[in-house]
Design a protein around this ligand. Structure first.
Ligand code: GLN
Length: 534
């Protein structure tokens, strides 16, 4: 919608829309009637990580006709772009969160393959339902804040969320009561002891909402005045919204088993009641039952990645554009996931991985890369601290390859150190560096040139036409720049695509001083003229 001078919203004229999408349309092959194929459009979108089943596209594609050989003329294409809310435009112009999605997913695949052989750890065995899960199952799903999706492995097998319900229930309590009320009943410090340790903080409250006692407290705070069935529906419905249409279920056998073997959780409940930690009128037994039910909610890794992506995206589910949590709620939830989300490994995880995450005894791990993506890893074998072995392995390998650790941006020369930034367009760093160097040379900005070289750009970089910084400085007669470049490895003999050298440029432009600087003595450095170019 455009705005008129009076500020009234008006619909863009169809002609305007057509013009806006003309260049995009022209990037497709045309039929003899000048139409493009829906199949080609879908294939191009899928290469960017946008699935044709994406809820934001389903309406748009179906009204354009999505049969195998369906065609779109220019106005139908423009209408489709409009209905997708800008998604098609951004996908086709490489403007999504991870522009080179294919490279990123090939790395994820590589990490998945490396970890498949790892059979260390063992499946949780405190209830038979978890003990029976085949230990080799393994899934990884990714969902970016723009809804680019990728999955590998057993990504449609459902598992129960277990402790991964803790951040979601905590977020619900914040939405309902605000942080001030919630934190009258639960602290926000790491406990320094196991997730089901019988301990409270100095005020007699559970240490934080990411351990069992704190999660039981969240359950006491979620819609406390409603009937049990409605409270469960409310939580399950929240998971459904976060999962963007993936099936969310309930594993009754897990629930019954949890309830049967819950001595420690009962003990935690009574211990907190003894310390007057609960809100008045809390029914302890139904609160515990509610907690076991929340742990028994089931979903697959695709749904969990969508949930993690909603947290990465400030509370809005990327695939549906629905806001589930406020940004303030998400900020608090991620803070506690960062400090307390990985049981007794939380400090080490914050140190090595530097990202908010939450794991559960089912082998689920939800990893959040704020403003970039959510990742779900599911592999049931656990280490001694209760975290998925392959889940942790994945996080380690991911931050080894990419600069996702929250403090990676502070590490000097990171891009040189082998870590990549997948948020950049293909070869973006090299392109930006070359453009900066060439631009600085043409305007005679020596500081800009020094900064570009200090940042790792080669003095010999060329643009598409083979023009180098030296060509541009020579054409403009910037002597100080020419001398600096020659001293720093620039190639005085470089030829552009028309065979022009820096010296011939200086001659043509009438800069005799530049001509002689470029003829200067053949010095020791690699950058001095190597051959005469008369
Ligand atoms: N149901 C489990 C419990 O309360 C969940 C704990 C977990 O995933 N760490 O013991």
């Amino acid at each position: 919608m455009a705005k008129t001078a009076e500020g009234i919203k008006v619909k863009a004229h169809p002609e305007q829309n057509i013009a806006r999408y003309e260049r995009l349309f022209d990037s497709f092959k045309k039929s003899t009637q000048g139409a493009i194929s829906v199949a080609e459009l879908v294939a191009r979108l899928e290469r960017t990580g946008i699935s044709s089943a994406d809820p934001r596209l389903v309406g748009a594609l179906s009204s354009g006709g999505s049969a195998g050989d369906a065609q779109l003329d220019q106005s139908q294409f423009a209408a489709l772009c409009g209905r997708s809310g800008g998604l098609v435009n951004r996908a086709l112009t490489g403007a999504l969160a991870i522009p080179d999605f294919a490279s990123f997913t090939s790395d994820v695949t590589d990490i998945y393959e490396n970890l498949r052989a790892d059979d260390k750890g063992s499946v949780a065995d405190y209830i038979p339902q978890l003990k029976r899960v085949p230990p080799d199952l393994f899934a990884i799903s990714v969902c970016t804040v723009d809804g680019q999706q990728f999955s590998i492995g057993d990504s449609s097998r459902r598992f129960c969320v277990q402790s991964v319900c803790k951040p979601i229930n905590y977020a619900l309590t914040l939405e309902e009561h605000g942080p001030e009320v919630v934190h009258r009943h639960v602290g926000r410090e790491p406990s320094g002891s196991g997730f089901n340790e019988l301990s409270v903080n100095g005020e007699g409250l559970p240490h934080n909402p990411m351990i069992n006692s704190g999660a039981i407290m969240s359950c006491a705070l979620v819609k406390p005045l409603q009937a049990m069935a409605d409270r469960f529906d409310y939580v399950a419905e929240t998971w459904r919204r976060l999962s963007a249409g993936r099936p969310v279920g309930f594993n009754n056998a897990v629930y019954l088993s949890e309830r049967q073997t819950a001595d420690r959780n009962f003990a935690l409940g009574y211990f907190m009641r003894e310390h007057n930690a609960f809100p008045d009128a809390t029914d302890l037994l139904s609160t515990l039952e509610f907690y076991f039910q929340c742990c028994s909610i089931e979903l697959d890794s695709v749904a969990l990645a969508s949930t993690a992506a909603a947290l990465a995206n400030g509370g809005v589910v990327p695939l549906t554009n629905e806001r589930v949590f406020s940004t303030g709620t998400v900020q608090k939830c991620l803070s506690l996931m960062s400090s307390c989300g990985m049981y007794d490994y939380s400090g080490e995880f914050a140190f090595t991985i530097g990202l908010p995450a939450k794991s559960g005894v089912s082998g689920a791990l939800m990893l959040v890369i704020p403003q970039v993506m959510g990742i779900a890893i599911w592999s049931p074998r656990l280490d001694l601290l209760g975290n998925s072995v392959r889940g942790i392995g994945f996080c380690r390998e991911l931050v080894d390859r990419y600069n996702f650790h929250v403090y990676d941006s502070l590490v000097a020369g990171n891009s040189e150190g082998g870590k990549r930034d997948p948020r950049l367009k293909k070869d973006q760093t090299a392109i930006d560096g070359t453009v900066r160097l060439l631009w600085s040379a043409s305007i005679g900005d020596l500081d800009g040139i020094q900064a570009a070289l200090a940042g790792g750009v080669s003095a010999r970089s060329q643009d598409y036409d083979g023009r180098t910084a030296l060509h541009l400085a020579a054409s403009e007669g910037h002597i100080d720049v020419i001398e600096y470049l020659l001293d720093h490895g620039a190639d005085a003999a470089a030829e552009d695509r028309w065979g022009g050298t820096p010296r011939s440029d200086a001659e043509k432009a009438g800069h005799p001083e530049a001509v002689s600087a470029l003829r200067g003595p053949v010095g020791p450095g690699p950058g001095r003229p190597r051959k005469t170019t008369s």
